[in-house]
Design a protein around this ligand. Structure first.
Ligand code: NAD
Ligand code: MG
Length: 397
């Protein structure tokens, strides 16, 4: 066996981060953890450092860094502690990692993930918002850096598994692919009467029927903005026009996505709804390793159903399709407004049904442009956040 892979995990205390460590824990002969990062969950990060002894650990602010240093000193762990957004980039570039799990939630993950792309690392991409915001720029950075980009989002990981191995070398040739079918569970409110949706709470929105995930993506799954972001993510990853990317509601979350080919074949990837499967796939690719996931039993499984999404019920999905088709900075605006709206909803400062309202108003008041640099993207992101905050304030007054 060759030398161990050296892994940096951006967002190690989150749902994807802890699942990644769970897979790594079972394969100490294959993987070494060299960097771990978190925003503020210092205690959990300290426990991870004690167990995995990374070279570097990063938190978001000086107070958290001080606390982490104290906890590590007490356990005689010599991990270097850094803090702040730039330190996330340092963790990617100076920890000697060869693989980066990009699992920070939202736009906060963009810069370190982009740095990993430029540096030619193997990127395991969970942080879909980074790609939605910077699509062209990000894919160019991956090509120029010469590293590998492996999707961890279960749908995109499924599609990656269903495509020919040489697909990503020349996606523009399409290799007989006619359509991508992204499956979606429909979330906790798939059958809730629309009249009742104005009253739903963050707790109800975060209670996903099939997947256990962080709070932001759980709300996105309830509104189906998550699927909308995934359509844009698929567009960039696989180079097919948005019109060729279909969304299918599939309440059982067994088929994780499908590829339809020109010869009539449809290839699907199936499995338990457990993120450790795509994470293990990304970590070991092109090998396969155990993921700690129970095997799927189709005979014990209820029928598998598929249906078209109801766009009246899920206006966020329409907004994302609209932004994806517009292109340019429209997905940046969509993502920024959504992050602000979802944070307000989770804070009990916005009603559930007002999430699409905020996103739509911000999209309609900001004409999209063609970004020519990262600075352009960051500027549009910042402006859209201010606008979304204004819209929310006006909804209250
Ligand atoms: P989470 O909220 O559970 O974890 C987020 C992680 O990012 C935490 O470690 C947190 O400390 C860190 N973080 C948050 N804000 C930060 C900031 N400003 N600066 C630095 N670090 C910050 O989220 P999650 O569910 O693990 O999702 C992570 C990403 O993976 C998201 O982009 C999500 O869309 C994507 N994803 C998640 C799942 C899932 O099953 N959870 C599935 C597919 C894709
Ligand atoms: Mg997904």
């Amino acid at each position: 066996m060759t030398s161990k892979k050296r892994i940096a995990i951006l967002g190690s205390t989150g749902s994807i981060g802890t699942n990644t460590l769970d897979v790594i824990r079972a394969h100490p002969e294959r993987f070494e953890v060299v960097a771990l990062t978190a925003a503020k969950q210092v205690e959990r990060l300290a426990e991870q450092c004690v167990e995995f002894k990374p070279r570097v650990a990063v938190v978001s602010d000086a107070g958290s860094a001080k606390k982490l240093c104290e906890l590590l000193l007490a356990k005689q762990v010599s991990t270097q502690v850094l803090y702040g957004p730039d330190a996330l980039i340092t963790a990617v570039l100076e920890s000697d990692c060869d693989t980066v799990m990009a699992a920070i939630v939202g736009a906060a993950g963009l810069l370190p993930t982009l740095a990993a792309a430029k540096a030619g690392k193997r990127i395991l991409l969970a942080n879909k918002e980074a790609l939605v915001m910077s699509g062209n720029l990000f894919m160019d950075a991956v090509r120029q850096g010469g590293g590998e980009l492996l999707p961890i989002d279960s749908e995109h990981n499924a599609i990656f598994q269903c495509l020919p191995v040489h697909y990503s070398k020349s996606p523009s040739q399409h290799h007989g692919v006619e359509e991508l079918w992204l499956t979606a569970s429909g979330g906790p409110f798939r059958n809730t009467p629309i009249a009742e949706l104005s009253q739903v709470t963050p707790e109800q929105a975060c209670a996903h029927p099939n997947w256990v995930m962080g709070r932001k993506i759980s709300v996105d799954s309830a509104t189906m903005m998550n699927k909308g972001l995934e359509v844009i993510e698929a567009y960039w990853l696989f180079g097919l026009p948005i019109e060729k990317i279909q969304v299918l509601i599939h309440p059982q979350s067994v088929v994780h996505s499908m590829v339809r080919y020109c010869d009539g074949s449809v290839i699907a990837q199936m499995g338990q709804p457990d993120m450790r499967t795509p994470i293990a796939y990304g970590l070991a690719w092109p090998d396969r390793i155990t993921a700690g996931v129970q095997s799927l039993s189709l005979t014990q499984q209820a029928a598998l159903n598929f249906m078209e999404p109801d766009l009246q019920r899920f206006p966020c999905l329409s907004l994302a399709f609209q932004a994806g088709k517009q292109g340019g900075t429209a997905p940046v605006i969509l993502n920024a407004a959504n992050e602000i709206a979802v944070a307000a909803f989770l804070d009990n400062a916005l009603q559930y049904l007002q999430i699409p309202e905020v996103v739509e108003r911000v999209l309609n008041t900001t004409p999209p442009s063609t970004p020519s640099s990262l600075e352009d993207i960051l500027e549009v992101d910042a402006k859209s956040r201010v606008l979304a905050t204004d819209v929310i304030q006006r909804l209250h007054s």
